[in-house]
Design a binder for this molecule. Structure first.
Ligand code: PA5
Length: 447
C-alpha cells in the first residue's frame, strides 16, 4: 500500500502540516497506551495480532455449516454490524454474482435489518420463500430496532419453512458476551453464538465475527484478510516513525486540509466493486469524527460513473472539498479493446489496449483536472483487490480514523448523536417507558 500527498500538500500551510506530524504521533501513542478519550473502546488496535488460528477455525467451521445447509444466507445488521462484511463481500464477488444461478460455489449472501422498508422486507421474504436459507443476526446491543424487527420476521418464516429444530442450526447470533435481548434469545433458543468484544465498537468490528463470519460464508479467505490487517497493524504501530507511518501521514494531511477550510472529504474509487467500501468508510469516519460541531464531512463517489453526475460540482463548485482516491494498481482480469475494421465509433486508437489502461488514464486525467480546479488530492494505492490487500485497507483506515479523531479533539469511539432519532421514534410509536417523551412530542406536533 502506498500514500501520495504531494497533490494535497501544496494546499496547506507547511508549518501547520509539520506540527501535525508530532500531533499524529502523539495521537497514535494515545491509542497505544490507552490514555485517550473513549479508551474502553480501543480493543481493535491490537485485534489483528491477537487473532488465533483456533478462533479462525471456529468461524470457518460455522461458516461451512451454513454453506452446507443454505442456498441463501441473510446477514441481519445495521451500521457497523453489517457495512464491513458487505464492503468485503461485494469487493471480492463477481459483479454479477446475484444473477448466477447454476453451479454456484457460494450461497447468495443478502442483507436485512439495515432499513425499515416494508417493500424491501416483503420482497426478501418472497425471495426466500422457496429457498433453503439461514440467518446471521448481528447486533452488539441486541436491541437495535431495524435488526430486531427484520430478525423477528425472518426467524418466524424460517421456523415455518423448516421447523424449529432445523432453524436452530441455521441461525447464528453475533452479539455481546452477556447483555442484550439477542443474547437472551440466543441462549433460550440454543443458537450458535459469537461474541463481539466489549472493547470493540460497531464500526471498528469488521475483523471480529461481525465481519469475518459473513465473509467466510460468502467464500472469502478470512486468514488472508487477517494477515493483511496484521501487516498493517505493524506498519502503523507507534514505533514506526511518521516518515514511514501511513496512518499518521493520512491523518496529518486530512487534518491539515480541514484546518485550511476543506471541510468535505470525498472518497473516490475507479472500481465499482469498491462502492460499499466507501459506505463503510463514511460510517467509520462520520460516526467517529462528526461531533461537538466539528468533523470533516465524509462523502464518496464512484468514478468514472459519477464524473457524469458529480464531476461538474467537484471541478467548479465551492472550494471546500478534497479528494482521497483509492486506486487499485492491477485489475484482476484482462479485457483488450478489439480492432474494428469500420471504426464507426472512432475507438480504434484504443485497440489492443487493456480496459484498465483506459481507466488509469481517466484516473490520471481526473486527478490533474481536479487539482488544477483547486481540489487537493490524496492518493492511496493498493496492488490488487484481494483479501490480503483488503485486510490492509481496513486496518489502515481504522488506525487513521482513531488518530484523526484524537487530533481533532473528539472522542472517536462514541456516537451520542445517533440516539436522538431513536428517542423520537420510540416516543411516536408509544414504546413502554417513553410516556413522557410521547407526551412532549405530541404536544410539539399538535401545536
Ligand atoms: O458503529 C456503531 O457503533 C454503530 O453503527 C452500530 O454498529 C450500529 O448502530 C448497530 O448497533 P448494534 O450492533 O448494537 O445493533
Amino acid at each position: 500500500m502506498r500514500i501520495c500527498i504531494k497533490n494535497a500538500a501544496g494546499f496547506v500551510n507547511a508549518e501547520a502540516l509539520k506540527q501535525l506530524e508530532s500531533q499524529t504521533e502523539a495521537a497514535n501513542l494515545l491509542l497505544e497506551n490507552g490514555q485517550g478519550a473513549g479508551n474502553d473502546f480501543i480493543g481493535w488496535v491490537h485485534l489483528p495480532s491477537s487473532i488465533t488460528d483456533a478462533f479462525l477455525e471456529e468461524v470457518q467451521a460455522c461458516a461451512d455449516e451454513l454453506r452446507k445447509r443454505c442456498e441463501v444466507v441473510i446477514v441481519a445488521g445495521i451500521g457497523g454490524s453489517y457495512l464491513g462484511a458487505r464492503a468485503v463481500n461485494e469487493a471480492l464477488a463477481s459483479a454479477f454474482d446475484a444473477f448466477v444461478a447454476k453451479d454456484r460455489k457460494n450461497p447468495y449472501v443478502v442483507y436485512a435489518g439495515n432499513n425499515i422498508g416494508e417493500d424491501y422486507l416483503a420482497e426478501l421474504m418472497e425471495f426466500i420463500s422457496d429457498k433453503q436459507f439461514g440467518i446471521i443476526n448481528i447486533s452488539k446491543s441486541g436491541t437495535t430496532t431495524e435488526t430486531a424487527l427484520a430478525f423477528r420476521l425472518l426467524k418466524t418464516q424460517l421456523e415455518k419453512q423448516v421447523g424449529k429444530e432445523e432453524a436452530r442450526h441455521r441461525i447464528v447470533a453475533v452479539t455481546d458476551r452477556a447483555k442484550g435481548a439477542l443474547r437472551s434469545l440466543a441462549t433460550k433458543e440454543g443458537y450458535k453464538t459469537f461474541v463481539i468484544p466489549d472493547n470493540v465498537g460497531g464500526r471498528f468490528s469488521v475483523l471480529t465475527p461481525v465481519g469475518l463470519l459473513p465473509i467466510a460464508v460468502a467464500g472469502g479467505n478470512i486468514r488472508e484478510i487477517v494477515r493483511g490487517a496484521q501487516e498493517m497493524e505493524k506498519a502503523t504501530d507507534v514505533s514506526v516513525p511518521f516518515a514511514q507511518n501511513l496512518a499518521c501521514q493520512y491523518a496529518a494531511i486530512r487534518n491539515a486540509l480541514y484546518q485550511s477550510g476543506k471541510k468535505i472529504e470525498i472518497l473516490v474509487n475507479f472500481n465499482p466493486k469498491l462502492h460499499f467500501f466507501s459506505e463503510w468508510w463514511k460510517q467509520l469516519y462520520g460516526e467517529s469524527e462528526g461531533k461537538e460541531n466539528k468533523g470533516i464531512f465524509p462523502a464518496s463517489v464512484d468514478f468514472t460513473t459519477d464524473l457524469h453526475s458529480m464531476g461538474q460540482w467537484i471541478q467548479e463548485g465551492e472550494r471546500s472539498i478534497f479528494e482521497t482516491v483509492i486506486s487499485i494498481e492491477k485489475a484482476s482480469k484482462t479485457v483488450l479493446v478489439p480492432t474494428d475494421a469500420e471504426n464507426l465509433d472512432g475507438l480504434n486508437f484504443l485497440a489492443g489496449k487493456r480496459v484498465d489502461e483506459v481507466n488509469k488514464m481517466a484516473e490520471l486525467g481526473t486527478q490533474l483536472a481536479h487539482v488544477d480546479g483547486g481540489v487537493p488530492n490524496i492518493h492511496i494505492s493498493f496492488e490488487k483487490l484481494d483479501e490480503f490487500n483488503i485486510g490492509q485497507f481496513i486496518y489502515f483506515f481504522e488506525r487513521g480514523c482513531g488518530i484523526s479523531g484524537y487530533v481533532l479533539g473528539v472522542n472517536p469511539f462514541n456516537q451520542p448523536g445517533v440516539e436522538a432519532y431513536k428517542k423520537n421514534m420510540f416516543a411516536l410509536l408509544n414504546k413502554p417507558g417513553y410516556e413522557a417523551e410521547s407526551a412532549a412530542i405530541n404536544a410539539r406536533l399538535n401545536k
